[in-house]
Design a protein around this ligand. Structure first.
Ligand SMILES: [Zn+2]
Length: 406
C-alpha cells in the first residue's frame, strides 16, 4: 500500500476541505480521507502542497491522428506499425497532461482496441471507425455503411459490436475534415439514426453522434442517441445558434454534450480556410474569423449551464496543432471563462465524463474501490486552474504514467 497526501483535493464532484489522503493498494483506491489522517504503519506517503484529483478524461480523441491537419485522413496510407506508433505517442502525450482515460471516437482498422489497457497508458474507450455514409464525413476511415436500408445500418453496428467496441460513433452531419460533405445538413435521417441507436442498445453499447448542423442535432436527439459531439448548431437560417427549446430538450433527455473545444487559441492563425459553405455563413452573420467564432462559443456556455445540459469535456484531440493530445485541461478553463464554477468544470472532465464513457463505477472519482487514476498538480485548483496544465504526478491504475519524452 502507498498513499498520496495533498493540501488540497477535488474528489470528482467537490473540493474536500483540508485536502485529502488517498490510500492506494495495487490498482485500486482503498480510502479517501479529508485532511491529514493516521495511516497504517509502513505505508509510504507522497506529500504534496498542491491539489490531488482524479485523472482527467478526454471524451473525444483520435489517437491515430498525429496533430497535423489532414493527419486522420493520411492514416489510410500508413502501415499498422506506423499507426500503432502514433497511438502510443498520442497516449503518452495525454498521460503527460494528466489525462488517464480517453474516449476515442474514430480510428482506422480498429487499431485503438489493442491499446485499451496498456500499463501506464491512459485507458481507451474505443469506437473503431465511425459509421458514416458512402463518401460521407471521414469515409476514408473505412466506416461507411453498405447502404441505407435498415439491414445495412444494423449490420454496421453489429460489425462493431463483434469487434468488441465500447461505444458506437455515427457521423450525423458532414464535417470540416472532409471537404465536400454537408456540414450544414444531415447525413442520416432521424429514422435511420433510430435504427442505429436501437441496434447499439441491443448490443449494450451507447451511441454518440457527431453533429455540426442543427438539423443533425435535432435528428440525433429525436433518435435517442446517448450523446452529441461538437453541438455546433449551424444552420443557413440562423448561423450558429441553438434555441432555448432545444437546449431544454437535450437537458431533459439527459444527453451528454461535448463541444470539443480546448483549442490552443494562439495557433488559430494556422487553421486552414473554412470550407465555402461555412465561409459564406460566417460572412453573412458577421463573424470575421475562426477565433471570433470560437470566442462566441465560449460565450454560449452560460446558456448550456442555465438549461442544465450535461456537458462533458473533450477536445477532438489529434485533429491539428490547435488540438494537441493533452489539451483537455484547456476545456476546464474555458468552462470557467464561460460561467461554470471550477468544481463543475472539473466534474465535466472527471466524474461526468466517466458517466458518459460508461465508467462511472471505475474512474472519474477519488473514491474507495475506484481505479487508482490519480493526478496531482501544484496550488489550490479551487482558486486557480492554470496549474492544471502541469501535472506533478500522474498514476494510471496505481502505476506512474508513461510520459512523453521531454
Ligand atoms: Zn472527432
Amino acid at each position: 500500500m502507498h498513499a498520496i497526501r495533498a493540501a488540497h483535493a477535488f474528489d470528482g464532484s467537490r473540493f474536500l476541505p483540508g485536502g485529502a489522503t488517498v490510500l492506494i493498494e495495487g490498482d485500486r483506491i482503498v480510502s479517501v480521507e479529508s485532511g491529514r489522517v493516521a495511516l497504517p504503519a509502513g505505508v509510504e506517503v507522497a506529500e504534496h502542497a498542491g491539489t490531488v484529483l482524479p485523472g482527467l478524461i478526454d471524451c473525444h480523441t483520435h489517437v491515430v491522428a498525429d496533430c497535423t491537419f489532414g493527419g486522420l485522413e493520411r492514416t489510410g496510407g500508413m502501415t499498422d506499425e506506423d499507426i500503432d506508433a502514433v497511438i502510443v505517442e498520442s497516449l503518452r502525450a495525454h498521460a503527460s497532461a494528466g489525462v488517464t482515460t480517453v474516449r476515442d471516437l474514430g480510428d482506422i482498422r480498429y487499431r485503438t482496441l489493442a491499446f485499451r489497457d496498456v500499463p501506464g497508458l491512459p485507458r481507451v474507450v474505443a469506437s473503431g471507425p465511425p459509421i458514416t455514409t458512402p463518401d460521407g464525413h471521414c469515409h476514408f476511415l473505412g466506416g461507411a455503411v453498405g447502404g441505407m436500408l435498415d439491414a445495412d445500418l444494423r449490420a454496421a453496428v453489429s460489425e462493431r459490436a463483434e469487434r468488441g467496441v465500447d461505444v458506437v460513433k455515427v457521423m450525423a452531419s458532414g464535417g470540416f475534415a472532409t471537404p465536400g460533405t454537408d456540414q450544414l445538413g444531415a447525413q442520416f435521417t432521424a429514422a435511420e439514426l433510430a435504427v442505429l441507436v436501437d441496434q447499439a442498445h441491443r448490443a449494450g453499447l451507447p451511441l454518440v453522434a457527431h453533429a455540426h448542423s442543427l438539423a443533425a442535432m435535432e435528428n440525433a436527439s429525436a433518435a435517442g442517441v446517448d450523446g452529441i459531439e461538437h453541438f455546433t448548431g449551424l444552420s443557413t437560417a440562423q448561423g450558429s445558434h441553438i434555441d432555448d427549446d432545444f437546449l431544454q430538450q437535450v437537458a431533459r433527455r439527459g444527453l451528454f454534450v461535448d463541444l470539443t473545444m480546448g483549442n490552443d487559441r494562439s495557433l488559430h492563425a494556422l487553421m486552414p480556410a473554412p470550407p465555402p459553405p461555412l465561409a459564406e455563413l460566417m460572412t453573412r452573420f458577421g463573424v470575421s474569423s475562426f477565433d471570433d467564432f470560437y470566442v462566441s462559443r465560449i460565450g454560449e456556455l452560460a446558456r448550456l449551464r442555465e438549461h442544465g445540459v450535461r456537458l462533458i469535456a473533450g477536445v477532438d484531440s489529434g485533429m491539428g496543432p490547435t488540438k494537441r493530445h493533452g489539451n483537455l485541461w484547456r476545456t476546464v478553463g474555458e468552462m470557467v471563462e464561460g460561467g461554470y464554477l471550477a468544481a463543475e468544470a472539473l466534474a465535466a472532465a472527471t466524474s461526468v465524463a466517466a458517466q458518459a464513457c460508461g465508467l462511472a463505477a471505475e474512474v472519474g472519482r477519488l473514491a474507495p474501490g475506484h481505479a487508482a487514476d490519480v493526478l496531482v498538480v501544484d496550488g489550490d485548483l479551487s482558486q486557480d486552474l492554470t496549474t492544471l496544465s502541469a501535472p506533478r504526478a500522474v498514476l494510471v491504475n496505481g502505476v506512474p504514467a508513461q510520459l512523453a519524452p521531454q
